[in-house]
Design a protein around this ligand. Structure first.
Ligand code: ATP
Ligand code: MG
Length: 287
């Protein structure tokens, strides 16, 4: 599956309008991608095992979307095959009082993946240039005046770019997904959450209120992606109206990232090989 058209590695000339949430490539139904997803998951499993054994590189996967964009189910589905011991998922909600008393990257830095592991951020520090931009929340923060000027968000784009460069230069690979949903599909998914009793818990009044700011959020995503897409920390703009297609794109992208890392099982030295042989002999003699 060719996912190049969804990958953004350079913000120059990036336009969200060039991406259609309904896009399903050449595929017409979920059956067309099932095999791809199954194969991706099985290869991911093997590579994750090697990533852990190699212990040199970590992988950070960031998921961002409008409400009902399908982050939760994409994460659940795509990671269904991997060893849970090698993956940690963190959800970034409204910051607590304690979190707000720190710089905005603090809570993310605390849970960065160690080498050999994968961390999944369900929302992330990108909220600090999305919801925080849309509602100008930074104006209410208890920080010096010079830290909440008009240029706060612009400065944060640069900080995030530098932060992700820093991660790359320290062996942490960052890949970012924007699950690109249409406004109409959000309406349908909200209605489903209201109409189906076992989905009610997923809906809250705040979701409808945020929906009113749809265009502001799209603008905020446009600016954030344009400012932070780099070769080493790419964004994927994933068409998300069809969940099955989103899963195919995401699983292919995660697999691609692992293949680029190309983790290897550690090679054992001749001395270790001799030691293993000796242990083997001792065990055989016991039998
Ligand atoms: P769900 O799919 O279950 O709705 P969710 O990710 O939307 O998942 P919620 O608990 O509904 O989770 O919402 C978390 C809310 O926290 C989001 O509206 C998000 O914008 C907000 N949030 C996250 N980080 C920040 C931040 N730094 N400042 C302000 N709000 C934030
Ligand atoms: Mg929500």
């Amino acid at each position: 599956m060719n996912i190049k058209k969804y990958r953004v590695t350079d913000g120059d000339g990036f336009s969200l309008a060039d991406f259609c949430p309904k896009d399903t490539g050449k595929c017409k139904a979920s059956g067309d991608v099932q095999k791809i997803i199954t194969q991706n998951i099985s290869q991911m499993k093997e590579l994750q095992d090697r990533l852990y054994a190699d212990g040199k590189t970590a992988l950070l996967l960031i998921f961002q979307a409008m409400d009902a964009g399908g982050k939760d189910s994409a994460i659940k589905h795509v990671m269904s095959g991997v060893n849970p011991q090698g993956v940690d998922v963190f959800s970034f909600k409204q910051p607590s009082k304690k979190e707000l008393s720190h710089d905005y990257l603090w809570r993310a830095v605390k849970v960065l993946p160690p080498r050999g592991k994968i961390a999944i951020f369900n929302r992330s520090y990108y909220e600090d240039v999305l919801i925080v931009k849309v509602h100008r929340l930074y104006e209410n923060h208890n920080v010096p005046e010079r830290c909440k000027g008009e240029d706060t968000i612009e400065k944060r784009y640069a900080q995030i770019r530098h932060f992700e460069d820093y991660l790359w230069e320290n062996g942490i690979v960052t890949v970012k997904f924007f699950l690109h949903l249409s406004k109409e599909m959000q309406r349908q998914r909200f209605l489903k959450r209201i109409n189906e009793k076992d989905k009610n818990w997923k809906f809250c009044l705040g979701d409808i209120e945020e929906r009113q700011y749809w265009d502001d959020y799209q603008d905020a995503y446009q600016s954030a992606i344009a400012a932070t897409a780099t070769r080493h920390s790419p964004w994927y703009v994933v068409p998300a109206d069809k969940k099955w297609f989103a899963r195919a794109v995401i699983s292919t992208a995660v697999l691609d990232a692992l293949q680029q890392i190309d983790p290897q099982y550690p090679k054992i030295t001749h001395a270790q090989e001799a030691e293993l042989e000796e242990c083997k002999q001792r065990l055989l003699e016991e039998g």
